[in-house]
Design a protein around this ligand. Structure first.
Ligand code: PLP
Length: 447
């Protein structure tokens, strides 16, 4: 907005010296800095700088430098990398599983045109995501076939819709769960017209509860792993191995939503169900997330009998929840590559973790304190992961979050706790520098 000239003010109001937009855009330095940016983004940056000059925050002569700095610092997207110093392995707010270097490389390779649905040898169309499917079947030979969709919730929606239609989904009252942010799985299941047939009670459900509900109206039987809480005390649930025979006998497909993404048993998490065991126990199709303990990208993984997977793949909803080429690439690379970062973090040797934390605590002038890590959104509810943290002044938490790199710590009992479990050892140096910068920001001695 040009400032209207006031009588006698033309030469004295500094705002009249603010350079005009077309003048700024034509400057060679601005044009060069904005080459990789869309025009409307550059215009917004220019307008913001002019606005700051207009309101007196900067001098009109500083507008050009302000624009060049803003364009130079501007990342391609607003998502910022974070050092996860919380000790929570699968932190939904921090993007769940970090990808392995091989998965990151696969993302790069798949980013352009790629043969995701094309056979380069014959020139004909091919099955989408054949590589990810083959990697899943190699990692879980108990499955006859596999299908990858957008996420775990999409997999559950597809399985119950395709197998139950408007029939009944038999589900224990102990498994009617909310998975976060007010998101309730029973609501998801009934959203496409299926009926819930609740059986048992909150704490105890018996085989007879299920067999009593099986009948002509049954669409499928669903088991949901209660991944984010535990019911203890007078409880009982039916093992999948006991539930499978009556389901098979009545022709009702048995679905198990495992959540965590474990394909095989994990000795450190004995309570966590895994796909191989569930399939061996007779489950027709298991559902898991790709970005929890599997350690890959966001994805919904369906593993099971080929006839059932084929029914799911044919359903119209399958197209609406299909996985992106980037997901398929990263998932395949996660499955065929080295142990992913999430499992590395889970399996850290306690003694090595203690030594590493003690060393950094010493260097930063913090205290070494015991600290329990957690699996987090991915499962292992109530299972503590004994570890260590560096206790620092809690005033550091805020500047650490807004620093570069951003560091997310835990604030507890007036202290800022840094847990190294989720960080590879080669990040300790960056973390130390981030703490020094945060202290400088507070006007403290960096040590
Ligand atoms: C996490 C989870 C889901 C949802 O999976 P998303 O991949 O987050 O969509 C569904 N069921 C269970 C048991 C879960 O733990």
């Amino acid at each position: 907005m040009p400032v209207p000239p006031q009588p006698g003010e033309e030469s004295t109001d500094p705002r009249r010296r603010i350079p005009r937009t077309d003048h700024l855009l034509a400057l060679p330095a601005v044009a060069a800095a904005s080459a990789a940016m869309s025009e409307h983004v550059v215009r917004d940056v220019v307008r913001a700088a002019q606005g700051r000059a207009r309101s007196g925050q900067i001098a009109p002569e500083q507008v050009q430098d302000e624009i060049l700095t803003a364009l130079g610092d501007r990342p391609a997207a607003s998502l910022r990398p974070v050092l996860n110093a919380t000790g929570v392995l699968v932190h939904t707010n921090l993007g769940r599983a970090p990808l392995s270097p091989s998965a990151r490389e696969a993302l790069q390779d798949a980013a352009g045109y790629t043969d995701v649905e094309f056979d380069l040898a014959t020139g004909a169309r091919s099955r989408r995501g054949a590589g990810a499917r083959a990697a899943l079947l190699a990692a879980c030979p108990e499955a006859e076939d596999a299908l990858v969709v957008n996420n775990g919730a999409a997999a559950l929606l597809l399985a119950t819709t395709a197998l139950a239609g408007t029939g009944e989904v038999v589900l224990s009252r102990g498994e009617m769960i909310e998975i976060g942010a007010g998101f309730r799985l029973p609501d998801l299941i009934t959203s496409t017209g299926a009926q819930l047939r609740e059986v048992g009670t909150t704490n105890r459900t018996h085989l007879a509860d299920y067999t009593g509900a099986l009948g002509p109206g049954t669409g499928c039987v669903l088991r949901i792993h209660t991944s984010n809480f535990r019911v203890v005390g007078f409880t009982s649930e039916v093992p999948l191995a006991d539930l499978a025979p009556p389901c098979r006998a009545t022709g009702a497909p048995l679905i198990a939503d495992l959540g965590s993404g474990l394909l095989r048993p994990e000795p450190l998490l004995p309570e966590e169900p895994d796909a191989a065991t569930a399939l061996r126990d007779g489950t027709d199709v298991v559902i898991a997330s790709g970005d929890k303990l599997l350690g890959g990208p966001q994805a919904g993984i369906l593993l099971g009998r080929s006839e059932i997977i084929a029914r799911l793949a044919r359903h119209p909803l399958a197209r609406a929840v299909r996985a992106d080429k980037l997901t398929l690439a990263a998932l395949e690379a996660t499955l065929t590559g080295p142990v992913p970062p999430v499992l590395d973090a889970l399996r850290r040797d306690p003694e090595t973790l203690r030594e590493r934390t003690a060393q950094l605590a010493d260097r930063l002038g913090g205290r070494l304190v015991p600290h329990e890590g957690r699996v987090g959104g991915g499962g292992g509810a109530g299972v503590p992961l004994p570890g260590w943290a560096i206790a620092l002044d809690n005033e550091l938490a805020a500047p650490l979050r807004t620093g570069e790199p951003a560091v997310v710590a835990t604030v507890r009992d007036g202290e800022c706790l840094l847990d190294l479990r989720c960080l590879p050892a080669d990040e300790d140096e960056r973390l130390a520098r981030a703490v020094a910068t945060a202290r400088e920001h507070l006007g403290r001695d960096p040590r």
